[in-house]
Design a protein around this ligand. Sequence first.
Ligand code: GDP
Ligand code: MG
Length: 149
Amino acid sequence: MTTQTTPETAPIERTLVLVKPDGVRRGLAGEVLRRVEAKGYTLVGVELVNAKEDLLARHYAEHVGKDFYQPLVDFMMSGPILAVVVEGQRVIEGFRSLAGATDGTLASPGTIRGDFARSWGSKVMQNIVHGSDSPESAAREIALWFPGL
Ligand code: GDP
Ligand code: MG
C-alpha cells in the first residue's frame, strides 16, 4: 500500500507547463491558464518564448536519438511557446492529469488534450501542452526555462 499524504501536509511542488506552438497558434493559451487556475494552482512564472534548438535539446534530452526527435524539435520551434511555472500540492501529477494522455485521439474528454487535440502518429507532437513528469524533471526543466526562478 502506498503512503497517503493528506492534502494539508503534502509538500508544495512546482511543475513546468508549456503551451506548445499549436496551442498558442490556436488561441488556447488562456484556456490552459484558466484550467490551471480553476483547479486551484498558482502561476509563479509566465513567459512567451521563441525556443532555440539548444534549449529544446536539453529539455527533450530523454528523446535525443529517437526517430521523432528532430520533427518534435522543429515543431517546438515553429512558433512561440508559453512557458509557465505552476505551484501547488501534488501539482506535478495534477497537471499531468489535467493534460491527459499523449495521443490526442485517446486522451480522455475533459482533459486539455482530450478536449482540444486529436493528433496521432507522426503528428502526435501536436498535443497542446507539456507537463513535467516527476520532481526531478520539474526541477531540471524549470532551471532551463526560468533560470531566475
Ligand atoms: P508526454 O510526457 O505525454 O508529453 O510524452 P513523451 O514525454 O513521451 O513525449 C514528449 C512529446 O514528444 C510528446 O508530448 C509528443 O509531443 C512527442 N512525441 C512522443 N512520442 C512521439 C512519437 O512517437 N512521434 C512523434 N512524432 N512525437 C512524439
Ligand atoms: Mg514526457
